[in-house]
Design a protein around this ligand. Structure first.
Ligand SMILES: Cc1cc2nc3c(=O)[nH]c(=O)nc-3n(C[C@H](O)[C@H](O)[C@H](O)COP(=O)(O)OP(=O)(O)OC[C@H]3O[C@@H](n4cnc5c(N)ncnc54)[C@H](O)[C@@H]3O)c2cc1C
Length: 488
């Protein structure tokens, strides 16, 4: 089959029964017609359609080594620097489509799976069948261009205890038993972004597991279709309120949805199991396979796209209301520019210093990507704050599209105009700024950037612990010795 069109994606979603719950309502089939999912599913479909745009085809796809069909570029296993550039160009194109507001465009998890399959040997060390399983699964997803979600963390019930010591050992998803057909899993995981609209879910190791026997039933990695019996997605309320693109420019397009994932004695077939009861391997998997590096590569490309988009919004705002001459306003705009240039520099450094890894994949340098992914959770909320500081009451004085056509239309035109913009254009722009920095959609974006890659506190701690600190300490020791020895 190879690279899909949007219609293929939508059709498969509608036909495959799934167990999705939203505000007490169950959605089984026809999910792309549901108000909470209609618009975002069309946005994902638009990404897939780009793969068939004659002008973009070569940028978005490559020839599959196994079938000769064209397949999505984010599945490409990079062997050269140019391959990394090809991956970047494709991923940037997708990120630009939403101004970086779709964190879970399919390339994010395609990158993870691509790297894991490249490092199939890591899984094979545990069991040769696992190595074969991950390789075959990657090819299956690539050739069918499936959309994946993933869920990594246990329910937030009592974080002072591990999964086995919770009130009930089956609160966190746990292996119940092994059968001839596969493993049976019961419990829950949170949180799967885009879950209800994904063809498949990958359920990978949760946060660091202690190397204790009681943790073994929580140590696994597998993937199953979203329509697997017993698998349920429990959604939060939607932030797509059915408004027009004018009124809610982002929420009406890119509301990705997040869902708790419930496993009611779900049978995972053996061919979909990649790790089992192996806490050590589970704790190592993202680093040892370099999946985290390729995911971070996608994330930093998205960060560049998102910051470029926000910079554009900020600059338009300054012009629209004539505040571009004020010094502190320029300083705030400059802060957005600095954020952008930082992300660009990290991305460029990571690609320039890329090296083949132990598995033969050309792998971006980790330190710049790690720096970028740890900084952005601090920088992104500040970008939203800058929009609030610059927009001020303009982020509340926001008549709806209908007001332009209503009896107060002339007043709206008169009082909501800008310096160089009529009211329609000024309000449209400020509604976009509001959807980035004030709306429930915007609030979720901030929370997403803070947390989606993990708890920032523990990530900074992990960075500190893993960083090669010795050369710097040694340099200072040598400097102090130099003084002792009477050198200048
Ligand atoms: C919008 C959004 C989308 C997401 N999408 C996905 C997804 O698609 N798939 C997925 O798997 N995950 C997803 N996540 C979850 C994300 O991985 C987690 O939010 C992140 O790992 C932090 O875990 P937590 O939310 O359970 O916070 P917790 O671990 O419960 O932390 C809550 C607070 O307690 C502190 N804390 C807790 N435990 C410790 C500890 N041991 N040491 C020090 N401090 C501690 C934390 O620092 C934090 O301040 C998403 C999150 C968000 C917000």
């Amino acid at each position: 089959m190879g690279a899909r069109r949007g219609q293929d994606y939508l059709q498969r979603l509608d036909e495959e029964a799934r167990d999705v719950w939203i505000e007490g309502e169950r959605v089984v089939t026809g999910i792309t017609s549901h108000p909470a999912f209609r618009n975002i599913s069309r946005s994902v479909a638009a990404l897939y359609d780009m793969q068939h745009d004659p002008e973009l085809r070569d940028e978005m796809t490559y020839i599959s080594p196994s079938t000769g069909d064209r397949v999505g570029m984010s599945f490409l296993q990079p062997r050269t620097h140019e391959d990394l550039s090809r991956r970047r160009r494709m991923m940037k194109r997708w990120a630009d489509y939403s101004g970086g507001m779709m964190g879970r465009s399919p390339d994010y998890l395609n990158s993870s799976l691509m790297a894991m399959a490249g490092a199939a040997g890591f899984f094979a060390e545990a069991d040769p069948a696992f190595g074969e399983n991950i390789r075959r699964y990657y090819e299956y997803v690539r050739e069918n261009d499936l959309c994946l979600t993933h869920t990594l963390i246990n329910p937030q019930i009592n974080r002072s205890q591990g999964p086995a010591a919770q009130k009930d050992p089956y609160l966190a998803a746990r292996i119940v038993k092994e059968t001839d057909g596969g493993i049976v899993v019961r419990g829950a995981r949170m949180l799967a972004t885009l879950g209800p609209l994904a063809d498949e879910i990958i359920v990978f190791p949760s946060t660091v597991l202690k190397n204790q026997p009681e943790d073994a039933p929580y140590a696994y990695a597998f993937a199953i279709p979203s329509h697997t019996p017993g698998l349920k997605y429990l959604c939060r309320e939607s932030f797509d309120y059915g408004k027009s693109h004018f009124d809610h420019p982002l929420g009406s397009r890119f509301e990705e949805m997040d869902a708790v994932v419930i496993f009611e004695d779900v049978l995972v077939p053996w061919e979909r199991v990649f790790l089992l009861q192996d806490t050590k391997k589970c704790n190592e998997v993202y680093a040892a396979t370099n999946a985290v590096v390729h995911m971070a590569h996608q994330v930093v490309i998205k960060n560049v796209a998102k910051t470029e988009f926000i910079l554009g919004v900020v600059l338009e705002m300054l012009d629209a209301i004539g505040i571009d001459g004020f010094q502190h306003v320029q300083e705030k705009a400059a802060e957005v520019i600095l954020t952008l240039e930082m992300m660009r520099a990290f991305l460029r450094a990571a690609e320039a210093d890329a090296r083949p890894d132990a598995w033969g994949l050309m792998t971006p340098a980790w330190n710049p990507l790690n720096a970028a992914r740890n900084l952005y959770p601090k920088l992104y909320p500040r970008l939203a704050e800058i929009i609030q500081q610059l927009g001020a009451s303009g982020l509340m004085a926001l008549p709806a599209e209908a007001d332009f056509r209503g009896p107060l239309g002339p007043a709206v035109e008169r009082y909501l105009q800008g310096r160089n913009a009529d009211a329609w254009h000024r309000v449209r722009l400020f509604r976009l700024a509001w959807d980035i920095a004030v709306s429930s959609f915007g609030g979720r974006q901030i929370l997403y950037e803070r947390f989606f890659f993990g708890d920032p506190v523990r990530m900074w701690g992990a960075l500190y612990q893993s960083y090669d600190k010795e050369p710097y300490r040694e340099r200072v020791r040598a400097f102090l010795e130099r003084a002792e020895e009477g050198e200048v």
